[in-house]
Design a protein around this ligand. Structure first.
Ligand SMILES: [Fe+2]
Length: 187
């Protein structure tokens, strides 16, 4: 592994990003945390929709994961099964997601794990305040803002075992596309 995260600019142009927001805003529902059924505002406040059937988005994301893994991470990943999520953080709902990891390492009976995670900002960062995405450096244990994510259309990729969070959004709405690539369990 060469880096903590990598990024790929200009993956979705403005029209593509607006189209995703328009299309998937209709399917949003309140997110829950992990396997729990009840939405938890304390840990996470966001609305999500799944994007399983969008082949254009799916193939683009798949290519980004492949490039990221080949150039930066070299992790055992299966590109055939991605999960892609459209996510909305709303200031009036105090949208946020506290520090968490995407791979549940303590669930030892997993048949597969979320190996790589991806985030892309879909709307203009001037449309909201707060909502910064932060990633924790495992060596220093320090959390830092990922500034590249503020460029709409730039894809950020990082291993799902790195702790990350979304700070509380204080104004407007923040739209992101989030995806995971799976693979054999961590060992
Ligand atoms: Fe996450």
């Amino acid at each position: 592994m060469k880096t903590q995260y990598c990024y790929f600019p200009d993956q979705f142009d403005e029209n593509e990003r607006k189209e995703i927001i328009y299309k998937y805003s209709k399917y949003l529902f309140k997110a829950s945390v992990g396997a729990s059924e009840e939405p938890s505002n304390d840990w996470r406040s966001s609305n999500i929709a799944w994007m399983k059937d969008d082949s254009k988005v799916y193939s683009k994301i798949s290519k980004i994961f492949k490039d990221a893994n080949k150039q930066f991470f070299g992790i055992d990943v299966d590109y055939l099964d991605l999960d892609i999520q459209f996510t909305e953080y709303v200031a009036e709902e105090e949208g946020h997601y506290k520090t968490h990891i995407d791979s549940q390492l303590w669930e030892l009976n997993n048949c597969f794990d979320r190996k790589l995670s991806l985030v892309i900002l879909l709307n203009d960062p001037h449309e909201f305040e707060g909502g910064e995405f932060e990633l924790t450096n495992l060596l220093t244990q320090k959390s830092g803002k990922v500034e590249e994510l503020l460029n709409p259309g730039t894809a950020i990729v990082f291993p799902g075992i790195f702790p990350h969070k979304v700070n509380k959004i204080t104004k407007g709405k923040r739209y992101t596309l989030v995806a995971w690539a799976y693979g054999n369990p961590w060992r």
